[in-house]
Design a protein around this ligand. Structure first.
Ligand code: BG6
Length: 481
């Protein structure tokens, strides 16, 4: 019989993502009839309390069209709850008892403060919950720098070998992120063009309209660089830039990603001044109301960045001289995540530039809010054109949302939880990847500190400080959108 243990079960992630995702899997028949889900956290809830919290979390999904009332009841009946203080090892025995001694196939999801990881692992070991059929998923933040990330990885490795450790980066569960692999490696067309010879630069943007969302203490310790770049943005970059893996399996794909991460050019002090812009949002009007600035929300002065743009390089043959412009920020005018592949111009234009010059092709892989892939191409405008052919940039749009309109859009965690249950590691981050990510981020943060780079203020609902445009304009480029 299989069990799922959710640590941090009363938290925001469980309510917004994990419980609805498990419910979605249940509706689609992915959870066997005997699978039980045991939630645990510090709160002294009863099983009935937890079930009622879970009901509130999933009912909006049901009323939104996912499953029927009977599905909700079946799912709720799977749930149990055990209050647990991580420092008390005996509490873990009660947890194991809740599984009726059935430790055959257990998936554990830890979404708790990393400071508790070592005690958690020790408790799990004490209760016999670290055997060969137990898999452990770890939610970020996994440390705040390379040293603390190593300490967490070491603590976990005492009881869980790498093949049973599943580090979450929820971006890897997003449909379009995997579509990047399909696009690159299931089509003959693009791969020969995917090099410095043809690509001028690449942009990766993750813009969010939200501010702190109540995560005041966490965010002020983290900032955009650690919260978004260290994980999601570097993973996107690795998927875009990696060499073709020999097969679609966990080792082959992660081997290729880690090579990219290790080839990132360290940002030194000079590059910190010229290739990085950090920002912090100030008050502004958004969504028809005045929203507070970051420090007002926080209630104190702070140098934490809520926005960052970086010109990065991958020092290898394929990407020699191709800038990767990364930018992410809170309180942006729109929620938009995308990857833009900007191709080089044609080497020589045979067309008269009087009407419209030949524009270089551009591929836009949209992740959010809609998933799509588009390509801009030059076409001839209809007409007799006695004074020379008129060209126009036109969009070749895959319209993924329409083609696959009959498929349900899934929460990224649905895929990740299912893979965890099935023991498939491809979409989880391997230790060497996380550590390569931290090594680059640590050096970047050190260089920013040494160069005394401080975040520039930008008004909420604007696309970051104006210096962000200069970062590209100096190279004769422009941000997309
Ligand atoms: C999380 C960050 O990892 O990703 C949040 O901690 C951020 O600050 C979130 O809001 C963005 O995820 P998504 O899926 O909404 O783009």
């Amino acid at each position: 019989m299989a069990s799922i243990l959710l640590f941090g079960a009363t938290g925001d992630l469980a309510r917004r993502m994990l419980l609805p995702s498990l419910y979605g899997l249940d509706v689609d028949g992915w959870l066997g009839p005997d699978v039980r889900i045991v939630g645990t956290a510090r709160s002294a809830l009863s099983k009935a309390d937890f079930q009622s919290e879970a009901r509130q979390a999933i009912e909006p999904h049901q009323s939104g069209g996912l499953g029927a009332k009977g599905d909700v009841e079946r799912f709720i009946a799977r749930l149990d709850y055990v209050p647990l203080d991580a420092s008390n090892r005996d509490g873990f025995i009660r947890l194991s008892d809740a599984l009726d001694g059935d430790n055959d196939d257990v998936s554990i999801f830890l979404s708790t403060a990393p400071g508790l990881f070592a005690a958690m692992i020790e408790g799990l070991r004490h209760a016999g919950l670290t055997g060969p059929n137990v898999r452990l998923a770890l939610e970020k933040p996994l440390g705040s720098d390379l040293a603390s990330s190593r300490a967490i990885n070491d603590a976990v490795a005492v009881a869980f070998p790498e093949e049973r450790t599943f580090r979450i980066d929820h971006y890897l569960g997003k449909e379009t992120v995997q579509n990047v692999l399909a696009l690159r490696f299931a089509n003959r067309l693009f791969e020969p063009l995917w090099t410095a010879g043809t690509i001028e630069h690449i942009q990766i943007t993750i813009g969010e309209t939200v501010g702190l969302e109540g995560r005041v203490d966490f965010y002020d310790q983290a900032g955009a660089i650690r919260d978004m770049v260290q994980n999601h943005m570097l993973q996107l970059m690795a998927l875009i830039a990696m060499e073709p893996p020999a097969k679609f399996d966990a080792t082959a794909i992660r081997d290729e990603k880690v090579k990219v991460l290790r080839s990132l050019r360290p940002i030194d002090m000079q590059a910190a001044r010229s290739h990085v812009v950090t920002g912090q949002y100030a008050a502004g009007h958004q969504g028809g109301k005045l929203v507070q600035g970051y420090t007002e929300e926080l209630g104190k002065a702070s140098d934490t960045e809520t926005f960052v743009a970086i010109k990065a390089h991958i020092d290898n043959w394929r990407w020699k001289g191709v800038p990767f412009y990364l930018r992410t920020g809170k309180r942006q005018p729109e929620r938009r995540s995308e990857i833009v592949i900007q191709f080089k111009p044609v080497p020589h234009s045979i067309f008269d530039a009087v009407h419209v010059g030949v524009q270089p092709n551009k591929m836009v892989i949209s992740l959010q809010p809609d998933e799509n892939i588009g390509l801009t191409l030059m076409a001839k405008r209809p007409g007799l054109d006695q004074e020379g052919i008129r060209l126009q940039e036109v969009a070749l749009d895959l319209g993924l949302a329409n083609i696959f309109s009959d498929s349900r859009r899934r929460i990224a965690y649905e895929r990740l939880l299912l893979d965890l249950i099935k023991g498939k590691s491809t979409l989880f981050v391997r230790r060497d990847e996380v550590e390569a990510q931290w090594a680059w981020i640590d050096a970047l943060r050190q260089s920013l500190a040494d160069a005394k780079v401080k975040p520039l203020l930008y008004a909420a609902n604007t696309p970051g400080p104006s210096a962000v445009d200069d970062l590209l304009e100096r190279d004769g480029a422009k941000w997309h959108g």
